[in-house]
Write a protein that binds this ligand. Structure first.
Ligand SMILES: *[C@@H]1O[C@H](CO)[C@@H](O)[C@H](O)[C@H]1NC(C)=O
Ligand SMILES: *[C@@H]1O[C@H](CO)[C@@H](O)[C@H](O)[C@H]1NC(C)=O
Length: 211
C-alpha cells in the first residue's frame, strides 16, 4: 500500500510540475493557440503568393508541352533552301552558272557557306545525274585524287568507297572528279567545268496557316 501511494504521488508531481495560478496557465494556452494560428496563416499566405507568381510560367510550360506534342505528332519543321537551291533529302544543292578550274569551284562554294558536292549513296548519285540531264554540262564534285596515298578522296577527308560510284578514266597527279548525266569522270583539275555546291538546309518553324 505504501509503495503504491508513493508512486502515484511521484506521477502527480511529474505531470503537474508547474505551480503557477490557473489563470496564468489559461493565458499561456491561449497564447500558444494564437501563435499556432499565426504561423498557419503565414504559411498559407506564402503558399498563395507563390502559386500566384508561378501561374504564368505554369501556363507557358503547358503551351510548350502542347507545341512539343504537335511536333511529335507529325508536323515537323520544314527544311528550306535558299532561292535557286534544290532541296534533296537533307541537303541543299546548287549548280553553278559559271565554269572554272576545280579549285575555283571549291572556293566559290566556300564563299556561299557551302562545300563542293559529296555524294553519299547510289540514290543521291541517281538524283544528281537526273538533275544534270536537263542541263547537259559536266560539273566538278568534291572528290580529287590525292598523291601520297594514291587514292580518290572526298574533300571531307574520307576515301571513296567503290560501292557508291566508279570513276571513268585514268587517275593521275592533279585529277579531280566531274559528273555528267551518265558518269563520273577523272579530269585534269585545271580543266574548265561547272560545279555543284551543297549545304545544310534551314529548319523553319511551321504554323498551322502555312500552306
Ligand atoms: C565524307 O563524305 C562521304 C561522301 O558523302 C561520306 O560517305 C563520308 O561518310 C563522309 N565522311 C565524313 C567523315 O563525314
Ligand atoms: C584535293 O583536295 C584537297 C582538299 O580536300 C586539296 O588540299 C588538294 O590541293 C586537292 N588537290 C588538287 C590536285 O587540287
Amino acid at each position: 500500500m505504501y509503495s503504491t501511494d508513493l508512486s502515484s504521488n511521484q506521477v502527480f508531481n511529474f505531470t503537474d510540475g508547474c505551480r503557477c495560478p490557473r489563470s496564468h496557465r489559461l493565458a499561456l494556452k491561449l497564447c500558444c493557440a494564437g501563435l499556432v494560428l499565426l504561423l498557419l496563416t503565414v504559411v498559407g499566405l506564402s503558399v498563395l503568393v507563390r502559386v500566384l507568381i508561378q501561374r504564368p510560367s505554369v501556363e507557358k510550360c503547358r503551351e510548350y508541352i502542347q507545341e512539343s506534342i504537335t511536333e511529335l505528332t507529325g508536323n515537323p519543321g520544314k527544311l528550306q533552301c535558299p532561292k535557286d537551291w534544290l532541296l534533296h533529302r537533307e541537303k541543299c544543292i546548287c549548280f553553278s552558272r559559271d565554269s572554272n578550274i576545280w579549285k575555283e569551284g571549291l572556293s566559290d562554294c566556300a564563299r556561299k557557306g557551302a562545300t563542293l558536292l559529296l555524294i553519299q549513296d547510289q540514290e543521291e548519285l541517281r538524283f544528281v545525274k537526273n538533275s544534270i540531264k536537263e542541263r547537259g554540262n559536266s560539273f566538278w564534285i568534291g572528290l580529287n585524287y590525292s598523291l601520297p596515298d594514291k587514292n580518290w578522296r572526298w574533300i571531307n577527308g574520307s576515301t571513296l568507297s567503290s560501292d557508291v560510284l566508279q570513276i571513268t578514266g585514268e587517275a593521275k597527279i592533279n585529277s579531280c572528279a566531274s559528273i555528267s548525266k551518265d558518269k563520273v569522270v577523272s579530269e585534269d583539275c585545271a580543266s574548265d567545268y561547272y560545279w555543284i555546291c551543297q549545304k545544310e538546309p534551314k529548319v523553319s518553324e511551321t504554323r498551322c496557316n502555312d500552306s
